[in-house]
Write a protein that binds this ligand. Structure first.
Ligand code: ADP
Length: 396
């Protein structure tokens, strides 16, 4: 059966059409720079050949319509009725979801209710779900939550030191994100190195437009850098990461904005984009840094310092680290970023092999034999996890 796996990010929509249960990828691709003023980029892989097109992508619905039309026009499938299920990655499941579920109006209402907690994601996810509902009304859809894996955290890791009733009355706590990715790459690492996941201490670094780290012990999440929302943690493409909340009230008073308007700027105008004033894209920053742009260099340095800080704190919390894993857009592709981060980890005994670090496109070890911590790049495959869960739930 054919299952479509959808991963709508803040500015991207990745898709993979699987033949299940064989787990064979029929076609895959990505719409990038969605919502950007400039043209978006649409890439689709057909029979190993990558076709790239530039087109306006004002929102995620335009991307979905284009994708479904293309599948038939390019004869990848003979008709849309071949698609038996669509699975979606959802960033925020709050307290409602500790596992994947079939989409119904209750699930959609809960995802909508949680938009405040994931302003860059839950909105685009719903647009994606509803665009598929419209185009494929008889096809079952499944939602797979990024927060589910992080339900394993102990209260000392997920609680904030705020008035306790904020937690009991409002659910204020750390939920984390990217859980599907962290769990997948950790399990893949154990599988690829023939080790038992139940005996490993791993730090996974999901570095894409959104960035988060996860401390994993015995296959369970012990701590993660994102919080109530994906805003917490390390600086990202457009997000600030950790900040003193007093900054919000200060800017509210100085600029006459509401608190939510300021939080919106912390989500959408900060991070790489805010510091550099150039772009939220790691490639643009790397280019600007190569040309000697000081603010681009600073944006990268701030982020890399904070990533190293997290890894250092997880080293203590886990009482040692067996492996560090890089994944997602930056983690998988940007060897300069990995090299600079690992340089900051030398005190922990991390040693990188430059040649090994230059590989790309498959899982590989980047640490030298003398390294005290095994360091790997493991491409994430949230889409596969989504396809597996979708097949299981539509068959139940
Ligand atoms: P999202 O969080 O939207 O899913 P991705 O995981 O696709 O994001 O990561 C996007 C980030 O990865 C962007 O900052 C992009 O610049 C970066 N990236 C992708 N390819 C490369 C590359 N070849 N070199 C450096 N950075 C890259």
């Amino acid at each position: 059966m054919k299952i479509m796996s959808i991963n709508s990010g803040s500015s991207s929509l990745k898709f993979k059409l699987f033949e299940m249960p064989e787990e064979k990828v029929i076609t895959e691709g990505v719409f990038e720079r969605i919502t950007f003023k400039e043209e978006g980029i649409y890439t689709i892989k057909i029979n190993g050949e990558k076709i790239k097109e530039f087109l306006p992508l004002p929102n995620h619905a335009v991307a979905v319509e284009r994708l479904l039309k293309d599948l038939v026009d390019r004869k990848i499938i003979s008709s849309l009725s071949e698609i038996k299920g669509v699975g979606h990655r959802i960033v925020q499941g709050g307290k409602y979801f500790d596992k994947s579920v079939l989409v119904d109006s209750w699930a959609k209402d809960r995802i909508r209710e949680l938009i405040d907690l994931a302003p860059l994601h839950n909105g685009p996810h719903l647009i994606g779900i509803e665009a598929f509902e419209k185009a494929l009304p008889n096809v079952k859809q499944v939602v797979v939550f990024d927060t589910a894996f992080h339900q394993g955290m102990e209260p000392e890791a997920f609680m904030y030191a705020v008035p306790y009733y904020w937690y009991t009355d409002y659910g204020i706590r750390k939920y984390g994100a990217h859980g599907t990715s962290h769990q997948f790459v950790a399990n893949e690492y154990a599988r690829l190195t023939n080790q038992d996941i139940n005996k490993l201490k791993i730090v996974t670094c999901h570095l894409g437009n959104g960035c988060s780290l996860c401390a994993i012990e015995n296959g369970r999440c012990k701590d993660t850098s994102m919080g109530l929302t994906p805003l917490e943690g390390v600086p990202m493409g457009t997000r600030t990461g950790n900040i003193d909340p007093t900054v919000v009230s200060y800017i509210v008073e100085k600029e006459g904005k509401t608190a939510w308007e300021v939080v919106n700027e912390l989500n959408k105008k900060s991070g790489y984009l805010g510091i550099s004033g150039i772009s939220n894209d790691a490639r643009d920053l790397e280019d600007a840094m190569a040309e000697g742009n000081e603010r681009a260099t600073l944006a990268i340095k701030i982020q890399e310092k904070r990533i190293a800080d997290y890894i250092g704190s997880y080293y203590l919390y886990l009482e040692g680290i067996d492996a560090i894993i890089f994944t997602a857009g930056i983690g998988e592709n940007a060897k300069e970023y990995r090299e600079r981060i690992c340089k900051r980890l030398e005190i922990l005994g991390v040693v990188i092999d430059d040649e090994a670090n230059s590989q790309r496109g498959y899982p590989f070890r980047i640490s030298a034999p003398s390294s005290k911590i095994d360091v790997w790049v493991v491409p994430t495959n949230e889409e596969l996890v989504i396809a597996r869960d979708t097949m299981r739930l539509i068959n139940e």
